[in-house]
Design a protein. Structure first.
Length: 428
């Protein structure tokens, strides 16, 4: 490897190890590479920063962030949990299953694992412990289930992936439905088996009247994902427009129907969403400068040539990539990793005949698992704060569920037709 590449890599790793913010680490390494190694005018770096944020696809990300904050402030989250509980709460492990289903419902609106973890996990972990569930089990299932926030569409990481690959976003979204259902089923079955073995107390099966009462109370909340996906796949509006419609709908429901959000709360919700969106945008900007350096040096194509020369099978390649992404997810957030790694892997996919949408789903799940792996798994720290436990304790609690999700990941890795079934069905 060229010494200049090693120097840039050393700058990047050195900054990250020194706890320099990710966006600044990427920006510094990319700028040094472009200005001093490639020799371009520093003004080009400014143009790259501008171009990276002048993308319409980022609008949908910001509006889904806003939508998630509206739901967290109001009572939509509470009603989604209540609906999930009435559906499965009477089964052994029913409350845990309800937590998993609630993560799926919330993920189908917010597109974020962290938002799902805060909204659902922060509420459900104490609730499970209060109802007699083992503490480690409660922490484990509700720390890992929020991965559904980025697997079930809309997914912020998928939006960024499509921005790099130019895949059709609506088709890419469809790759997440079946994997999301598989993860829900796997975790619910595990919860059922463990709870049955522990002899957990079962609640009475709700009457039809009780079920209808809960659905009547939650109908406005349940209509939100229907509105998003119904509008997108009926052709009524695009994914970008769906995010805006979802925000207006959520505001209207919380303020005028549920009346759990006041007009004075709007300013706080907007400011919180603006800060979160700004944090994402500066990561996009920093990653774009580093990506520009990679492009100028043709590093992705050089890596592709080396990999193809040494790996002959697409299955071996996918297995190796899974391992690599799981390791990277332990140290890097999903947004940065998606923006940096996608341009590197993209040339390899064509050479191995791997569909870019299939790979995008695999990358999303791999990096999503990283939210629950030490040392930098954000979900671990959120759960630890909820129950006042250290990261080692929380890490031990999540291990059975991480193994379960990796098993599902392996199935999806080697069964591409399952992942691509819905996109092919809808778009041919």
């Amino acid at each position: 490897m060229d010494n200049s590449y090693l120097l840039i890599l050393a700058i990047l790793i050195g900054c990250l190890v020194s706890m320099v913010p990710v966006f600044l680490s990427l920006f510094l390494a990319g700028t040094v590479g472009l200005v001093f190694m490639v020799g371009i005018d520093p003004q080009i770096v400014i143009e790259v920063l501008y171009r990276s944020m002048d993308k319409f696809a980022l609008v949908v990300v910001m509006f889904f962030i806003l939508c998630g904050n509206i739901m967290t402030t109001g009572s939509i989250v509470e009603k989604l949990i209540k609906t999930a509980n009435v559906l499965v709460g009477f089964l052994p492990g029913g409350l845990a299953m309800a937590g998993v289903l609630a993560c799926g419902f919330f993920g189908a609106i917010s597109g974020s694992t962290v938002a799902t973890m805060v909204a659902i996990g922060g509420f459900m972990i104490p609730a499970l412990i209060k109802h007699g569930y083992d503490e480690k089990f409660s922490i484990g299932i509700m720390t890992t289930a929020p991965i559904l926030g980025i697997v079930i569409p809309p997914s912020i990481s998928m939006i960024l992936y499509s921005m790099v690959t130019n895949d059709q976003l609506e088709a890419l979204f469809l790759t997440g439905f079946i994997p999301g259902v598989l993860i829900i089923c796997a975790m619910c079955i595990y919860a059922y088996v463990v709870s049955k073995k522990m002899g957990m107390e079962r609640h009475n099966k709700p009457t039809l009247t009780e079920v209808l009462a809960v659905f009547r109370e939650s109908c406005w909340a349940l209509m939100l994902p229907v509105l998003i996906f119904g509008g997108i796949y009926s052709g009524l509006f695009t994914a970008n427009e769906a995010a805006v419609v979802a925000c207006f709908y959520a505001f209207f429901v919380e303020i005028f129907i549920h009346k759990d959000m006041k007009l004075k709360d709007i300013k706080g919700v907007m400011l919180s969403s603006a800060v979160t969106s700004a944090s994402l945008l500066i990561i996009v900007a920093g990653a774009s400068v580093f990506g520009e350096y990679l492009t100028f040096e043709q590093i992705p194509s050089k890596i592709a040539a080396v990999v193809v020369e040494n790996i002959g099978s697409p299955w071996v390649f996918l297995l190796a990539v899974n391992i690599l992404l799981l390791i990277i997810g332990m140290f890097m957030d999903i947004i940065s990793a998606t923006l940096i790694l996608t341009p590197i892997f993209l040339p390899l996919l064509g050479k191995f005949g791997i569909d870019t949408m299939h790979f995008g789903l695999l990358m999303t799940i791999n990096l999503g698992i990283g939210y629950c792996t030490p040392p930098l798994g954000v979900s671990l720290y959120i759960s630890g704060a909820v129950v006042n436990r250290d990261i080692i304790y929380v890490t031990r609690a999540v291990m059975p569920f991480i193994i379960l999700q990796i098993v599902v990941l392996m199935v999806l890795t080697f069964w591409a037709d399952l992942v691509l079934f819905l996109p092919r069905l809808v778009y041919g």
